[in-house]
Design a binder for this molecule. Structure first.
Ligand SMILES: [Cu+2]
Length: 677
């Protein structure tokens, strides 16, 4: 599924490139006043690179390193949205800066990062089962291990970083439906994914997952998950905690805070000047139906510690880097659940902004000798800057752990973290579908992409055969149907291209007045498996919009080798001429389908469920009275299809499975669909 989506995107990109090459007009937005976009980010000077293009087309690129105290450090974090031509930098670096754990009894106060660390012996080897569908990255380590008066130089390599793409559910949904109507119309919906980069470190009884999520919507979400076991050294009077053993008065596990700090060194678009500010929305008076909130912006010019305030947004932006709407690109710091610990000065503030200073690496007990043992409080007190231009945020997320019975061995993981959310980094949702790209500013009512952006199309492709022999005299053809989805046109005007992954197979075939184009598959197509996609490119100047078909497999068999005269007639007689190579004969299939409703209204679109036994993938085509009204790709031998709108009357619906190299085609007999006014 994932690869299919990528191929489709690539296909569309190739078609777009082909159009540019042909010198056709392409409209673009106003040029940004500043562009630090790069085709490929600079190679990593640190240990390695993490780069991934997510299912919806958003790409992330960054360098990683594991340091003895901080553990995983991510540097030079770049993002590229599907419609972007290049990458832009978001962060210079991102890492944990402290994990401060004071116990409520006052008996213990740990600083897990600076006193122990997430690297060295604390970094855990990950089992492949901990990184499902992901990639484990080996980390080379070297450190001096002290044990009493002895010390030994330890080197080891262990799989310790997991990089995964995970499902995140609904990314967006917008249904072009009239108010109060239950009729289906254009639906824009997408399921999202994220790249997750994580490590596990074990510090005494607790085990921590350090997790960084990078969503296809451009969000970066650092978080820390605590699991392992509760501290056996911290059982005391129930007034400081909660009983977790039998009975009400037994030993109680002492409550404690987990005060996690991250150091975020912003690098918005690589700009030399960045600014920090925060926006507060406060209630000042009451309007006729509810309170009035006004939003004020406060620039951060000097280093400052800022306490948690409701409805406050912290924002770092690059004044010279503007998006297509002439708004400065930036990111904001967004908090979910946060319970800051205010009993010590360095954990009181939620965000501490400072001017970048290389020696300020940790939020407290700083380990860099140039500003040894300092904390965020000292950074603010010692700062002389009154014009911050390279902001670093120390972000503090607190979690007060009042231990539960359920927190016993192994303790379920509990999370704390925050999000770095793009604020005007793009002028639109980075996943905006083409048909919504023109919706910018006040939509002026219910969004109607039919009139706002152009006329949506859908492309389908059916191959005349699932395969051909290389160099054949009678190549197979691809019949491409371009269907109008919205707008007041009738037959889409433009040309059709056929792509195979990144390769253009055929191009420039005009769509006929019947809405179809027959594209010959070149006889020269190389032997092997191909994944063909049809892409409709509208005639410039029309309101039609581009669309790509789903991908269909196509096999090109190698041409038979002509008998060479040098083959001696004495060829071993033991080879039976009837011994044909065991090419699997295509399997017979059986197609069946059901109509969701036997009777629908003329404004509605019928739905059909198709199942094909004997095939799991391939294309099915739905006909009404012999005319194509829908196609779909099978998933696991089944497909659900929404048909084109049909005229009033009775229609004979049939379904054909097109067949593939491994499965023969089959057709299901007619069912009657009634369409009424
Ligand atoms: Cu805890």
């Amino acid at each position: 599924m994932r690869w299919t989506a990528q191929l489709r995107r690539r296909a569309a990109a190739v078609a777009a490139t082909a159009l540019l090459g042909a010198g056709l007009a392409v409209t673009t937005g106003p040029a940004p006043s500043y562009a630090a976009e790069v085709t490929t980010p600079a190679a990593c000077s640190q240990e390695g690179t993490i780069a991934k293009t997510l299912k919806n087309g958003t790409s992330w690129y960054m360098c990683w390193n594991v340091e003895s105290k901080k553990g995983l450090v991510l540097e030079s974090v770049y993002v590229k949205a599907p419609h972007d031509t290049g990458y832009r930098k978001v962060l210079d670096s991102l890492a944990l800066a402290q994990l401060n754990v004071p116990y409520d009894s006052g008996q213990h106060l740990w600083n897990d990062i600076t006193s122990y660390g997430f690297g060295n012996q604390y970094l855990q080897k990950l089992d492949p089962s901990e990184c499902p569908d992901g990639e484990l990255i080996d980390v080379d380590q070297a450190w001096l291990q002290r044990s009493g008066t002895n010390s030994a130089y330890v080197t080891r390599t262990l799989p310790a970083i997991c990089v995964q793409e995970v499902e995140t559910g609904l990314a967006y949904r917008s249904h072009e439906q009239d108010w109060g109507s239950i009729d289906d119309d254009l639906l824009f919906t997408k399921q999202g994914t994220s790249m997750v980069v994580s490590t596990v470190s074990k510090v005494d009884w607790y085990e921590y997952q350090s997790r960084y999520e990078f969503t296809d919507g451009g969000v970066i979400a650092p978080s820390l998950g605590a699991t392992g076991d509760i501290s056996p050294e911290d059982f005391a009077d129930p007034v400081y905690g909660w009983p977790v053993g039998p009975g009400a008065t037994g030993a109680a596990a002492t409550s404690h805070h987990h005060n996690a700090f991250w150091r975020v060194d912003f690098g918005i678009d690589g700009a030399s000047t960045q600014r920090a500010r925060y926006m507060d929305s406060t209630s000042t008076s009451t309007g006729p139906r509810g309170p009035i909130l006004t939003t004020s912006t406060t620039p951060v010019t000097a280093a400052v510690g800022l306490p948690m305030v409701k409805r406050r947004i912290y924002n770092v932006y690059a004044p010279t880097s503007e998006n297509a709407d002439q708004h400065p690109r930036g990111y904001e710091i967004v908090f979910g659940a946060d319970d800051p610990y205010e009993a010590q000065p360095e954990t009181t503030n939620q965000v501490t902004f400072t001017q970048y200073n290389a020696c300020q690496e940790f939020a407290s007990q700083n380990q860099n000798p140039a500003c040894a043992l300092q904390s965020v409080v000292d950074y603010v007190a010692n700062s002389t800057t009154s014009n911050i231009s390279n902001p670093v945020a120390f972000v503090n997320v607190g979690f007060h752990h009042l231990v539960r019975d359920e927190d016993q061995s192994p303790m379920p993981i509990h999370w704390q973290g925050f999000e770095l959310v793009p604020r005007d980094f793009w002028s639109m949702n980075p996943l905006t579908p083409t048909a919504r790209e023109c919706v910018n500013g006040n939509p002026g009512g219910q969004v109607d992409s039919t009139t706002a952006c152009g006329w949506a199309t859908a492309s389908d492709v059916v191959l005349s055969a699932p395969s051909q022999v290389a160099g054949t005299g009678t190549p197979a053809t691809a019949t491409v149907t371009v269907e109008q989805l919205s707008g007041s046109g009738t037959i889409p005007v433009g040309t059709v291209s056929l792509t195979d992954g990144l390769d253009l197979v055929a191009t420039g075939v005009q769509v006929g007045t019947d809405g179809t184009a027959v594209v010959p598959i070149p006889a020269s197509l190389a032997a092997g498996e191909h994944q063909l996609t049809a892409v409709f490119a509208p005639e410039p100047g029309t309101k039609w919009m581009t669309s790509a078909s789903s991908t269909v497999p196509f096999t090109v068999e190698a041409a038979a080798v002509t008998a060479s005269p040098s083959v001696a007639p004495s060829a071993s007689p033991s080879v039976s001429p009837s011994a044909t190579p065991s090419a699997d004969a295509p399997k017979a299939t059986r197609t069946s389908f059901s109509l969701a409703k036997k009777k629908i209204k003329v404004k509605q679109r019928a739905r059909v469920k198709v199942s094909v036994s004997g095939a799991t993938t391939g294309t099915v085509v739905i006909y009404s009275d012999g005319k194509r009204v829908g196609t779909a790709s099978l998933t696991g031998g089944a497909a659900a299809v929404q048909l084109k709108k049909l005229g009033v009357g009775s229609h004979k619906i049939t379904v054909t499975f097109v067949g593939s190299s491994g499965a023969l085609s089959s057709t299901a007999g007619a069912k009657v669909l009634k369409v009424v006014k």
